[in-house]
Every structure is written in C-alpha cells, then in structure tokens.
Design a binder for this molecule. Structure first.
Ligand SMILES: N[C@@H](CCC(=O)N[C@@H](CS)C(=O)NCC(=O)O)C(=O)O
Length: 254
C-alpha cells in the first residue's frame, strides 16, 4: 500500500468495489476507523489526503473536507469517525464491538467524551507549546486518572471487556500519540507506570491487539510528524517508500 498523500490536482484512484476510507496517516480520528475496519476483518482501501492541499474530489465525499470519510458504495460516503464506526458496527455485526447493554454503551460514550479533555491538552502541548498552561497539564492528568480508575472499576483487560471494543479503538489513537510527548520536550507528561499501573498494562495490551499492531506508529514517528507540522511543512509522505524504488548500488572503483 502506498502511504503517499494525494493533493489538489491528483486524480481520484479508480474504485475497485471495496469499502474505501479517506484518511491521513497521522490523523487520530482516521485511525479510529482504520482500527474498526481491521477489527472487523473487512476488506478496504485507504486513500491518504494531503490536508494542506486537498484534492477537489474530497469534497464530493465529505463537504466539510475533513478525514475520515468512508465511501460505502461507489460515490456515496459518510464522514466523522463516530458516525462511521457506529455504522460499521451495525452493518457488519459478525464481530460486535459495542456492549449489548444500552446503559453501558452510553457510559462508554460518556467516558470517551471526558477523556477527550486529555487529548486537547496533548494537542496544545504538541502543536502549540507556547500556549500550554498549567490547566492543560491538569486536564491531561485528569484524563489518565480517569482511565486508571475506569480500568480498576471495570476489572477487565480492556474497557470493553477482555477483548477490545469500540470504546478502546476510539481512545487508543490519542494514547498512542501521548507517548511522543517526552520526545517533544514534555518529560512531565510521560505516563508514569508507578502512578498509572493499569494504564501502563493497558497500553502494552493494546499494542498487541492485531487491529492496532497493523497500523501502529512509534512515539518517534509521531514526534517527527509533529515537528514537521509545527515547522509549517507537515511531512505527510514521510512513510512513503513508493518513490524509493530503483537505486542501483554504485560500482566499486577498480
Ligand atoms: N470529529 C471528526 C474530526 C475529524 C478531524 O478533525 N480530522 C482532521 C484531521 S486529524 C481534518 O480532517 N481536518 C481538516 C483540515 O485539516 O482541514 C471525526 O471524529 O472524524
């Protein structure tokens, strides 16, 4: 698969009958949908978008011009990770990812909603460090404390159950990125295993989940992308190897 991000003027790749997700390789919201597609073992194609130079056809799939958007039938799409993921879970129920109890489903959504405060702090710390305030650190710690407590109360390996579910795939992309903070000069935002033992085991367990493993990027890679973006030149194609094809070894001098 090419990791190349398409830009304005690039043609829309031909549709080949599979589900198709418009994404950006470093977007946590697009990652949520990729994880759900993986967890459900669905066949799909990914089309990566350069968000600084969007192809005109992106707006036919999502008038808001954001990713993720899911083309579920040729030329027909829905967008927003929460909408896409609920749709996928209902349309392809073979691997159910949500609780059967309506109250638990609601509680999962409440948890995600509250956890997003920590993500907002991550975002400021990573992309706008000059705007970082003590209240951001507080909100970040609160999110981790909440996760620690929730794992304790639920008593399961993942939030969903002993198998990961939608709630786990929804918060994971944010947690994956939190691990890049110490590399971005935020040592005080490292996830401390003595303070957050359950969160630490949870992170390790999530990294072993096949749906996650297939799309996981290291803290170093996330940090590199953040650095490129904060310099004003987001390096969307840094993982793309499709152009590095034909380098011949140099002949040795006689
Ligand atoms: N609520 C949306 C948020 C999606 C979102 O913000 N995506 C970002 C990329 S991570 C985007 O496409 N932004 C549009 C832009 O940069 O113009 C979701 O959950 O899908």
């Amino acid at each position: 698969m090419s990791e190349k991000h398409l830009k304005a003027g690039d043609p829309l790749p031909p549709y080949n009958g599979k589900l198709r997700l418009f994404a950006m390789r470093f977007c946590p919201y697009a990652e949520r949908s990729v994880l759900v597609l993986n967890a459900k073992n669905l066949q799909y194609d990914l089309v990566f978008i350069n968000l600084d130079s969007k192809p005109e056809w992106l707006f036919e799939f999502n008038p808001k011009g954001s990713v993720p958007a899911l083309e579920y039938e040729q030329g027909k799409a829905i967008f927003d990770s929460a909408i896409i993921n609920t749709y996928l879970d209902e349309k392809y129920p073979e691997v159910p990812l949500q609780a059967t109890d309506p109250l638990r489903r609601a509680q999962d959504k409440v948890f995600v909603e509250l956890f997003l405060g920590a993500h907002s702090s991550f975002y400021v710390a990573a992309f706008n460090p000059d705007g970082f305030q003590p209240s951001h650190l507080e909100a970040y710690s609160k999110g981790l404390e909440r996760l620690e407590k929730e794992l304790e109360v639920r008593g399961t390996k993942f939030l969903h159950s002993n198998e990961p579910g939608l709630v786990d795939y929804t918060i994971w992309p944010h947690l994956e990125r939190f691990e890049s903070l110490p590399l971005l000069g935020k040592a005080d935002m490292a996830i401390d295993g003595t303070k957050y033992p359950r969160v630490t085991s949870y992170l390790e367990a999530m990294k072993q989940v096949p749906a996650v493993k297939q799309y996981y990027l290291s803290a170093e890679t996330h940090a590199k992308f953040v650095e490129s973006k904060t310099k004003g030149e987001a390096n969307y194609n840094m993982l793309d190897t499709s152009d590095v094809c034909c380098m011949r070894p140099r002949k040795k001098k006689q």
